[in-house]
Ligand binder design. Structure first.
Ligand code: DXP
Length: 254
């Protein structure tokens, strides 16, 4: 079970809702993925204008926990404002803090992320900050009271997979709140790897929404995350320098 603040989930896949080729495909991919948590950008929602087109309109939103994100915010105060808007619309008290510090890499601004996390925790939100794979920053976010830590595997939308497994492992080892690997996942192998490293969950979007067949990829991601988690729990064999026979001869009479 994945426990984030007061919420409990069976699925360990958090799915983004943007960049699908069509709303029907988005709906099918979301269903097939088995996800229980959908994330979307507050700024892109017509929260207060129901007559306007809504990119979540095909989804049965009652069936999911919603994790609005503050994408587009460049300062802590903008992120706080986005979160307040989302809560005012009655969506959910969970918020993914995303404060971008660089337009080219879309890497998060650590100082503003800390500030926004602190303020939103004071306001009673369940706060999930998106952060770089910086180990010390991850610890500071947890010390502030963040309900989960979301280190990036690699830049958003890059599909580069996990570029720094060493740091991710350190973050996972030190954390006592869930670690959700977020952004940069390109393939089911990347998602399985994150889970095998001991991540509690994976958040991804582009790898599914931009796949040749998003529905099939959503299924592949579900299976990869389940498989990676089972593998982690089962315990990987240690790597050895030399071979060791699969059918040992010791103890055989002939
Ligand atoms: C949807 C969302 O929250 C993204 O900002 C997230 O970080 C996913 O990144 P990818 O698209 O690289 O999976």
């Amino acid at each position: 079970m994945l426990k984030i603040g007061n919420y409990t989930f069976h699925s360990r896949l958090l799915l983004g809702t943007g960049k699908y080729p069509a709303f029907d495909i988005q709906k099918e991919a979301v269903e097939v993925s088995g996800t229980e948590i959908l994330t979307f950008t507050v700024r892109r929602m017509n929260i207060f204008e129901p007559s306007q087109p809504n990119f979540l309109e095909k989804l049965d939103l009652e069936s999911y926990s919603l994790l609005p994100n503050t994408a587009g915010a460049k300062t802590a105060s903008e992120a706080v404002r986005h979160a307040q808007l989302a809560r005012a619309s009655g969506l959910c008290d969970m918020i993914k803090v995303e404060v971008i510090g660089c337009d080219k890499t879309l890497l998060p601004d650590p100082v503003e992320t800390l500030k926004a996390t602190e303020e939103l925790l004071k306001e009673g939100f369940t706060v999930l900050p998106y952060t770089s794979d910086d180990v010390v920053l991850a610890r500071k976010l947890e010390e502030l009271g963040a309900h989960a830590i979301m280190p990036g595997a690699s830049p958003i939308g890059s599909g580069q997979g996990i570029v720094n497994p060493v740091n991710l492992r350190f973050i996972i080892e030190q954390a006592s709140v869930p670690v959700i690997v977020d952004a940069g996942i390109g393939s089911p192998a990347d998602a399985a790897y994150a889970m095998e490293l001991g991540a509690d969950a994976v958040l991804l979007n582009t790898a599914v929404s931009q796949a040749k067949d998003p529905v099939k990829m959503a299924n592949a991601m579900r299976l990869a995350i389940e498989g990676g988690r089972f593998g982690y729990e089962a315990g990987r064999i240690p790597r050895k320098r030399y071979a060791s026979a699969s059918s040992p001869m010791e103890g055989m009479s002939v």
